[in-house]
Design a binder for this molecule. Structure first.
Ligand code: FAD
Length: 489
C-alpha cells in the first residue's frame, strides 16, 4: 500500500486501535484528541487514596487487544498483562438468593441447578444455543463492513441465512428467556445481558442471548493496573511505533473538496490528509464537523442506547461477600427505579452494579477500604431533571445495598464523585451520553448502524461505538480493524 497521511479524530479506544493498525501498515498517522488524555470513556481518576476506572469495568475478548500488539509486531508482555477471572460475578436477589457465576461452564450449570429451579442440562443447552448463534453470525455482523457486497458473498453468510430460524430474531430476549426458564430469577439473570449493548430485554431480539456465551466461553478478565491500563498500554504502543498524538486539540471541521475528504480544521490551523477517520460519535461528526453535508437523518435519529448514573464511592470497610463484579437485582425494578424511566422507555434494567477493582488491585483503595463503582443504567439524556434523579437514585441504592448487605452503607462513604449522562456527553461528545451509540432494540439494528465509510465522501471513515459493529470495548476494537482493512483495500 502506498504510504498515506491519515488523521484520526478522537483517541477513544477505537481511534487508538485504528491508529495502531494504520501506522503498522506504514502510514503517517496523527490522532487529534479534544481531551488532555486518551481513552475517551475508558479512562480513570484518583482521589483521596482511591483509584477508579471511570467507564468500562468488564473486560471480555482480550484477543482483540492481543491482535493489536501482533499487528504492530511488539511483545504484549512489555506493555500489558491480564488474568482470567474464576468468578465472573456475584449476584444478589431481593429474596435473599445469592449466586456466584463461575467461569467454568459445567460448574456454573451445577451451581445454577442447586440455586434455581432448573436442570443442569437446561443451562448447558442454553449455552450451546448461544454459541451456535455467535458462531453463525460473528464473522458476518462483527468482523466485516456490513455495507460492502463482498461481505455477503461468502459461505459464512449463506450458512447464517439458512439457519435464520435458530437465531431467534423474531422474539424478544425476555420472551426467549421466559420460554426457556420457568424460574423468574434465571429469566432476570439472562435478561440482564441486554445491558451489554445498552438495550432493553423487552425489545432487543432473542439473538442477543449469544452474549452470555461470550462471557462464559471466552471468559472475563481483569487487566493488571485496572481497566485504564487497556487504554494506557495501547496508547504507549501507538506512540512507540510512531503514531503522533495531539491532545487538547479539538477538531472543528472535516474539510472536503468535491466529493472527498482532504483534511481537518483546528482552531487556528488547517491540516491536509489523504484519509480522515472520525472516532467521534457519528451525531456530532455530522452536526459539527460536516455541517455543509446532508446528514443521514434516519440513522442519526435512531433511539440511543442506555446511559449510566455512577456513584464512585470510597467505602471505609471491606466486604468479603463481594468480588470484583457484583449485581444486585430488584424483585420489581419498578418499585425502586421507575421514576428514572419514561413509560415508553423500556431500558428497564432491574440491577445495581457494584464493581470493586480494589478486590484485584489492593492499591486502588486505602488499607481496610474499598473503591465502589456503583452504577445503574438510565436512559440517554433527553433533558430529564438529572439532579432530582441523582438524589432519589442515591437514596434508593443506599437503602437497597444496606438492606441486602446488612450494613448502613451511608455511614461508610468517605469519598463520592458522580458521573451522569450529561457529564458522559460533555467529556466524550457521545450524543445524549449514550454508552453504546444507537440502541440495539430493533431487530434490524445491526444494519441500521452507520457504516464505517461514506459512499458520498471518499477518503472519510468512521470507527467507534456509534458505528458498525457497535459499542463496547471488543466491538470498538473491531471497528478500528474494519476501518484499517477498508483503507488498505
Ligand atoms: P469514546 O470513548 O466515545 O471516545 C471518543 C473520543 O473522541 C473522546 O476522547 C472525545 O474527546 C474524542 N473526540 C470527539 N469529538 C472530537 C473532536 N471533534 N475533536 C477531537 N476529539 C474528539 N464497554 C465494555 O466493553 N465493557 C464495559 O463494562 C463497559 N461499561 C461501560 C460503563 C460506562 C460508565 C461507560 C461510559 C461505557 C462503558 N462501556 C463498556 C462502553 C465503552 O466504554 C465504549 O463503547 C468505548 O470505550 C467507546 O470507545 P470509542 O472508541 O467509541 O470512543
Amino acid at each position: 500500500m502506498k504510504k498515506k497521511t491519515i488523521v484520526i479524530i478522537g483517541a477513544g479506544i477505537a481511534g487508538i486501535a485504528a491508529a495502531i493498525r494504520l501506522k503498522s501498515k506504514g502510514n503517517d498517522v496523527t490522532v487529534y484528541e479534544a481531551n488532555a488524555y486518551p481513552g475517551g470513556k475508558l479512562t480513570a481518576f484518583s482521589e483521596q487514596g482511591y483509584r477508579f476506572d471511570m467507564g468500562p469495568s468488564l473486560f471480555t475478548m482480550p484477543q482483540f487487544v492481543e491482535q493489536l500488539f501482533e499487528a504492530a509486531n511488539q511483545p504484549i508482555a512489555n506493555y500489558f498483562e491480564y488474568k482470567k477471572k474464576a468468578t465472573v460475578c456475584n449476584y444478589f436477589y431481593e429474596d435473599g438468593t445469592t449466586f456466584s457465576a463461575v467461569a467454568d461452564e459445567v460448574e456454573f450449570a451445577k451451581n445454577a441447578a442447586h440455586t434455581f429451579n432448573v436442570e443442569e442440562t437446561d443451562i448447558l443447552n442454553y449455552f450451546k444455543r448461544s454459541k451456535k448463534k455467535y458462531d453463525l453470525t460473528a464473522s458476518l455482523f462483527l468482523e466485516k463492513s456490513l455495507h460492502k457486497t463482498a461481505t455477503y458473498l461468502n459461505a459464512d453468510t449463506l450458512k447464517a441465512i439458512f439457519n435464520v430460524n435458530s437465531l431467534d430474531i423474531d422474539t424478544t430476549l425476555s420472551a426467549y428467556n421466559s420460554k426457556v426458564f420457568k424460574d423468574e430469577r434465571l429469566v432476570q439473570f439472562y435478561n440482564r445481558f441486554a445491558t451489554y449493548n445498552g438495550s432493553s430485554p423487552y425489545q432487543t431480539p432473542g439473538i442477543m442471548s449469544m452474549i452470555p456465551h461470550l462471557e462464559q466461553y471466552f471468559g472475563t478478565y481483569f487487566p493488571k493496573g485496572g481497566m485504564h491500563s487497556i487504554t494506557m498500554s495501547l496508547f504507549q504502543l501507538a506512540k512507540d511505533i510512531g503514531v503522533d498524538f495531539q491532545l487538547n486539540t479539538k477538531v472543528d471541521e472535516i474539510i472536503t473538496e468535491g466529493k472527498k475528504a482532504v483534511g481537518i480544521k483546528l482552531a487556528n490551523q488547517m491540516v491536509s490528509a489523504d484519509i480522515v477517520v472520525s472516532n467521534s460519535d457519528v451525531v456530532p461528526t455530522y452536526r459539527q464537523l460536516l455541517k455543509k453535508h446532508k446528514a443521514p437523518e434516519k440513522i442519526l435519529q435512531q433511539p440511543r442506547s442506555s446511559s449510566a448514573l455512577i456513584f464512585y464511592w470510597g467505602i471505609t470497610k471491606t466486604f468479603p461477600q463481594l468480588d470484583l463484579h457484583n449485581i444486585f437485582f430488584s424483585e420489581d425494578y419498578k418499585t425502586e427505579f421507575d421514576f428514572i424511566f419514561n413509560k415508553k422507555d423500556v431500558h428497564s434494567d432491574p440491577t445495581v452494579y457494584v464493581n470493586i477493582s480494589s478486590k484485584d488491585e489492593p492499591n486502588d483503595a486505602p488499607k481496610g477500604c474499598e473503591n465502589w463503582f456503583t452504577m445503574v443504567n438510565v436512559p440517554s439524556n433527553t433533558g430529564q431533571d438529572w439532579d432530582e434523579i441523582i438524589n432519589q437514585t442515591r437514596q434508593n441504592i443506599i437503602k437497597k445495598l444496606s438492606r441486602l448487605l446488612g450494613e448502613d452503607i451511608s455511614k461508610l462513604i468517605e469519598f463520592e464523585s458522580i458521573l451522569d449522562p450529561r457529564s458522559i456527553e460533555s467529556k466524550t461528545q457521545s450524543y445524549q451520553g449514550a454508552l453504546y451509540g444507537a440502541s440495539s432494540n430493533n431487530k434490524y439494528a445491526a444494519f441500521l448502524r452507520h457504516p464505517n465509510f461514506k459512499s458520498s465522501i471518499a477518503n472519510l471513515y468512521f470507527c467507534g461505538g456509534s458505528v458498525h459493529p457497535g459499542g463496547g470495548i471488543p466491538l470498538c476494537l473491531l471497528s478500528g480493524k474494519i476501518v484499517a482493512d477498508l483503507i488498505e483495500s
